[in-house]
Design a protein around this ligand. Structure first.
Ligand code: NAP
Length: 266
C-alpha cells in the first residue's frame, strides 16, 4: 500500500497500524473453538489483536485456533470456561485481568441451537438455550465491566432470527431477541463510559450448529427469502465484528449489524 506517508522506513508504526488496525488491543471471544467464533478469533488476530480463545469442551480445537492466530504475531490464549457458570466466568475474566490488565474487545459468541416444535421444547432445553445464549452474555459483560477501558467494544452475536423469528425455534429466537434488547440497554448504560455495545445478527451460516439440520431442503428454505440467495460464511460474519472494533465504527452503539445476505426483517 502506498500513501504520502509511505516515505517512512518499512515496518514503521503507522504501517503496522494501517495493516493491523487492532494492534495492541486485547480481545476475548467466547466459543472461539469452532465455527463463527473461530473465524472471529482469526480475523481479530489478523487485524493485530491479542486474543483469548474461550471454549467449553473443545480444548484441542481451541488450542489449534490459538496456534493459528499466533502466526499473526499476536498473543493467543485458549481458556476453558462454561459461560453459563458464574464462577467459571469469574475465573476467565480474572485470568484476563492478571495476564493483560484490561480488555478492549469482548465478543459474546458462544451459543447453542436446537430445532423443536414448541410442544417438544422441554423445560430443560429451554433453560439450556437461555442460559448459554442470554445468561452467558450477561455474566460475561458483568465480569468484563471492570476491565473495559474508555473506547472498549462489546459485540454480542445475535441472529437474523432475533429480528424475523422462525418456526420450531421459539426458544432460540427468544434468547437471541433478548440479546438484542440487552445490547440496546447496555449501550445506553455504558455509553457515558465511552464503551460501545453492538449486536451482529448473521443469517444462516454452515457450521456445527446448523449442520445437523442443513440438508438440501433446509438450505433451500433458509436461503429462499435472502436477496443474495446463499448462506454466509463464518469469515464474512467475522469481518463485520472486526469493523465494529475499528475507529471507523466509533459512532455505532446499541445497533444490530446484519450480515445476512438480505434477509427479511419483519
Ligand atoms: N451458524 C449459524 O447459522 C448462525 C446464524 C446466526 C447466529 N449464529 C450464532 O453465532 C454463534 C456461533 O455459532 P456457530 O454456528 O459458530 O456455532 P458452533 O459451530 O456450534 O460453535 C459454538 C461455539 O460455542 C461454544 N459454546 C457453546 N456452549 C458454550 C458454553 N456454555 N460456554 C462456552 N462456550 C460454549 C462452543 O464451544 P465448544 O467447542 O467447546 O463446545 C463453540 O466454540 C452462536 O451464538 C449462534 O447462535 C449462528
Amino acid at each position: 500500500m502506498s500513501t504520502p506517508l509511505s516515505a517512512g522506513s518499512a515496518g514503521a508504526p503507522w504501517q503496522i497500524s494501517t495493516r493491523q488496525p487492532l494492534r495492541g488491543k486485547i480481545a476475548l471471544v467466547t466459543g472461539g473453538s469452532r465455527g463463527i467464533g473461530r473465524a472471529i478469533v482469526l480475523a481479530l488476530a489478523a487485524a493485530g489483536a491479542d486474543v483469548v480463545v474461550n471454549y467449553r469442551v473443545s480444548r484441542e480445537m481451541a488450542e489449534a485456533v490459538a496456534a493459528c492466530a499466533a502466526r499473526d504475531g499476536v498473543r493467543a490464549l485458549p481458556f476453558q470456561a462454561d459461560v453459563t457458570d458464574e464462577a467459571a466466568v469469574q475465573r476467565l475474566f480474572a485470568m484476563v485481568g492478571e495476564t493483560f490488565g484490561r480488555l478492549d474487545v469482548l465478543v459474546n459468541n458462544a451459543g447453542v441451537m436446537t430445532q423443536f416444535r414448541l410442544e417438544e421444547v422441554t423445560a430443560a432445553e429451554w433453560d439450556r438455550t437461555i442460559a448459554t445464549n442470554l445468561r452467558g452474555v450477561f455474566l460475561c459483560c458483568r465480569a468484563a465491566s471492570a476491565l473495559l477501558p474508555r473506547g472498549g467494544r462489546v459485540i454480542n452475536i445475535a441472529s437474523q432470527l432475533a429480528h424475523a423469528g422462525a418456526a420450531e425455534l421459539t426458544h432460540y429466537c427468544a434468547s437471541k431477541g433478548a440479546v438484542l434488547l440487552f445490547t440496546r440497554a447496555l449501550a445506553r448504560e455504558w455509553g457515558p463510559r465511552g464503551i460501545t455495545v453492538n449486536a451482529v445478527a448473521p443469517g444462516p451460516v454452515l457450521t456445527d450448529l446448523t449442520r445437523p439440520y442443513a440438508d438440501e431442503a433446509w438450505i433451500a428454505m433458509k436461503t429462499a427469502d435472502l436477496a443474495l440467495g446463499r448462506m454466509g460464511t463464518p469469515e464474512e460474519v467475522a469481518q463485520t465484528v472486526v469493523f465494529l472494533c475499528t475507529t471507523a465504527a466509533a459512532l455505532y452503539t446499541g445497533q444490530s449489524l446484519n450480515p445476512n445476505g438480505g434477509g427479511a426483517m419483519m
